[in-house]
Design a protein around this ligand. Structure first.
Ligand code: ARG
Length: 412
């Protein structure tokens, strides 16, 4: 059954509360929210006003709802390679409806969905907003912008099919026009493919696709119209050119070099490293009909991406948590926390990447990613201390979004 879309005022009492800004674990905290699902108070639970009966999470640790800045909720991994051609646009929307719910129940209360066909993501976002379906808050891109034959143009069919992905735009003015077009049809953020990729048939991750000039046109148009730009960029050159062009985040970041890391720091560009993906692609790719070309490319970049994640981390680059779910099953998003810690990140930094940093990249630092007065009441709870063992975030027991409880395995 769907919980009411309209929240009522309420309260929760947390045995432990993780303040993600300071990294401090506070005891016995009370959080109150109003009928609009906005937080009105957070503080010691001894001050509980008379007449308020909070949801009791005394045995749990609460923290802000998690944010994944790189998802594809309208895709499922088993539809890879040529199988993807058999998925209609309406079917893709239904897949998105299914996955939106999975993400929310896994504790992800906001996502940025960066690449879907024919605005299926816009439909899912709007369905969630209207309360028709369950899902996280969503910032969506619609179709990703790409050069002809690029990573985000589907390049599986021979020429007689005359197929061209809806995001294809070559040249600065065509690219500007495409930015206008995707905004017209509902995009909150602009996604571009700056380099080749893994899951496409032709093109290599290290080969640049959009030129600097094209990306400058895209970012200036997008920023003028109030939209940020997320650039898929695996390759060393493409990463640097995308940063120079002024994009807001580099997605994948796989082959970033020292200069790229330095540029990202200077320009305050967020780096998003989807470092869980490699395990899943290599383990399940064949079964999922991933193209042999893609598996080859993954073997070439998977480990390098993790090593470069560590370098960027040590250099102090800004990072936001993005996983590329859709390449692996939705709902497993939190598995990336363990990978980040394995490759050198402190649990608190990994959690910050999925809360305050991600919220900043989304352009909503005062609304999501933290539990403070004026923010949405988006709160999750786990049993145990995620600072000791970050993998417990894979087992979220309580999910509140905008003051509505969507999951509660603690006080049934
Ligand atoms: N969507 C990305 C691409 O096709 C997936 C890359 C996954 N591999 C990785 N090591 N992160 O390029």
């Amino acid at each position: 059954m769907l919980p009411k879309a309209q929240a009522t005022a309420g309260a929760v009492r947390c045995g432990k509360f993780l303040d993600v800004r300071t990294g401090h674990l506070l005891d016995n905290q009370l959080i109150l929210w109003d009928k609009d699902g906005v937080i009105t108070f957070i503080g010691p639970a001894d001050a509980t006003p008379f007449g308020i009966v909070p949801i009791d999470l005394l045995d749990a640790t609460c923290l802000p709802g998690l944010i994944d800045v790189h998802t594809h909720i309208t895709f499922d991994p088993q539809n890879s390679g040529y199988k993807s051609l058999g998925i209609s646009v309406p079917r893709e929307t239904v897949i998105g409806v299914k996955n939106a719910r999975l993400l929310l129940l896994a504790g992800f209360t906001s996502i940025r969905d960066v690449g879907a066909s024919h605005y299926t993501d816009v439909a899912v976002r709007d369905g969630v907003k209207a309360g028709d379906i369950l899902g996280p808050r969503m910032i969506v891109s619609g179709p990703p912008l790409t050069i002809t034959g690029g990573h985000c143009d589907k390049n599986l069919l021979p020429s007689e099919f005359n197929f061209k992905a809806e995001g294809v735009a070559d040249g600065p003015w065509a690219a500007r026009q495409k930015v206008r077009e995707v905004i017209k049809f509902g995009a909150d953020v602009i996604k571009i493919c700056a380099s080749g990729g893994v899951m496409s048939r032709i093109g290599h991750p290290d080969v640049p696709q959009y030129t600097l000039e094209e990306m400058q046109a895209i970012t200036s148009e997008a920023h003028r119209l109030g939209r940020k730009v997320a650039a898929h960029a695996h390759g060393t050159e493409s990463i640097k050119n995308a940063i120079r062009a002024g994009v807001d985040s580099i997605e994948h970041s796989s082959l970033i070099d020292e200069e790229g890391i330095r540029l990202a720091k200077e320009r305050r560009t967020y780096l998003v490293f989807d470092i869980y993906n490699d395990d899943y692609i290599l383990a399940s790719g064949e079964k999922n009909d991933v193209l042999p070309e893609s598996l080859d490319k993954e073997r070439q970049i998977g480990r390098l991406q993790r090593e470069n994640f560590r370098k960027a981390l040590q250099a102090g680059a800004r990072m936001a948590f993005g996983t590329d779910s859709g390449i692996y099953p939705h709902g497993d998003n939190a598995k990336q926390f363990g990978k980040m810690v394995e490759w050198g990140m402190k649990p608190i930094d990994a959690i910050q990447s999925a809360t305050i940093n991600a919220a900043d990249l989304l352009g909503q630092p005062d609304k999501v990613g933290t539990v403070e007065k004026g923010c949405y009441a988006d709160i999750i709870a786990v049993r145990g201390n995620p600072l000791d063992d970050v993998t417990i975030l894979e087992h979220v027991s309580f999910v509140l979004k905008g003051g509505t409880v969507y999951r509660n395995d603690i006080t049934k």
